[in-house]
Each structure stands twice: as structure tokens, then as C-alpha cells.
Design a protein around this ligand. Structure first.
Ligand SMILES: [Zn+2]
Length: 190
């Protein structure tokens, strides 16, 4: 799946919206990614995972690790295609952790997968959990990169879509008088 094909699919699914949006940070942007419009579509998730697998299987990952909640669907499908287990990090008392008896071994070669990366915080949290468990990280695979983040490991991003955002007082769309949308801002991830 090429970046152009993915972008077209995201637009078709309503996962990539153009307009005038207030992001959860309070900044205004001309675009946002509604990742669950992608993650709710098993065919599209299968295609995205196939692209990840095509670009990372040579690194011989032994387990896929993602972050709850969106990452569960993505990690599952990647693991299915790779023939590995797929586990996920979630918060325990506010701290990212492996729960539910999920285990990593020191000789595990972890593929980290994430849907949308904006600050990279979620990926770094996964890294910390994996490294605390003593396992190695062979790559990180991202569907949409809204910023370029150096994670210090081979990184695959299917679509680079740098975020353009503005403080409200310098927002060109506000200056033009365009009404702002806030369709459930806690679901907006920029
Ligand atoms: Zn604005």
C-alpha cells in the first residue's frame, strides 16, 4: 500500500478530515485524523498491517507490542500476519504496564506498532515497558506520522502528514472567520 493509496483510503473512510478544528491541545488545525474510522475497518487494517509486515518481517520480530486501545486491533492483525503473539501495554494505576499475564523474554525481538504518532509519547511508553522487561526492540511501525520523531530504532511510517497547527490568536482560519468544529474534542488527536 503506497502513501497515496493509504491517504485516499483514509479520506474515503472519513479518517482524515479537512476543516477548522480545535485539537485537544487547544491549538487550531486544518486537519485531523480520526483513527477509529480506520481501525473499525478490518480490510483496511489488514492492508495496513501487510505493509508493516512487508517492511519489517526481515527483522524477524518474535512478538508485536502495541498500546491500548487503538493499538490492540492493529497489533493483533500484525501478529496474525507475522505468526507471532500480539500483546499490549495499558495503564495500571496511571503507569504503562503489561497486564493480563502478558510476558516478554530477554531474547524477544519486539515490533512496536502504533496508529497515529503526534508527540511520540505513547511509543516511548511502550519502549520503556519493553526495555524494563529486558527485551529488544527491532523496529517501530506507524500508520500516520504527524511529526518526525527519532525513536532510535528502524522506523516505518506509512504516511507522513506533518501537523499544521496554530495558537487561536494567530489561526488563519479564525482570521478568515471560518467557524470552528469541535466534534468531541477528546477524540481528536491532531
Ligand atoms: Zn482557528
Amino acid at each position: 500500500m503506497t502513501a497515496d493509496e493509504l491517504q485516499a483510503a483514509l479520506v474515503r473512510r472519513g479518517a482524515l478530515l479537512d476543516g477548522h478544528f480545535r485539537l485537544s491541545s487547544g491549538r487550531h488545525s486544518n486537519r485531523f485524523v480520526q483513527k477509529f474510522r480506520l481501525l473499525e475497518d478490518p480490510v483496511l487494517v489488514e492492508q495496513v498491517a501487510a505493509s508493516f509486515v512487508e517492511r519489517t518481517s526481515m527483522l524477524a520480530p518474535t512478538v508485536v507490542v502495541s498500546a491500548a486501545v487503538g493499538g490492540i486491533v492493529l497489533g493483533y492483525e500484525c501478529a496474525r500476519q507475522l505468526g507471532t503473539l500480539g500483546i499490549f501495554v495499558e495503564k495500571e494505576n496511571g503507569v504503562p504496564a503489561l497486564r493480563r499475564g502478558f510476558r516478554l523474554e530477554p531474547d524477544d525481538r519486539v515490533l512496536v506498532v502504533e496508529d497515529v504518532v503526534t508527540t511520540g509519547l505513547s511509543v516511548r511508553e511502550i519502549f520503556e515497558v519493553v526495555r524494563t522487561a529486558g527485551a529488544g526492540i527491532v523496529a517501530v511501525a506507524i500508520i500516520v506520522a504527524r511529526a518526525t520523531v527519532d525513536f532510535g530504532v528502524p522506523t516505518v511510517a506509512l504516511l507522513d502528514l506533518p501537523i499544521e497547527s496554530y495558537a487561536a490568536d494567530v489561526c488563519p482560519q479564525c482570521a478568515a472567520g471560518t467557524p470552528i468544529s469541535e466534534p468531541g474534542s477528546r477524540f481528536l488527536r491532531g
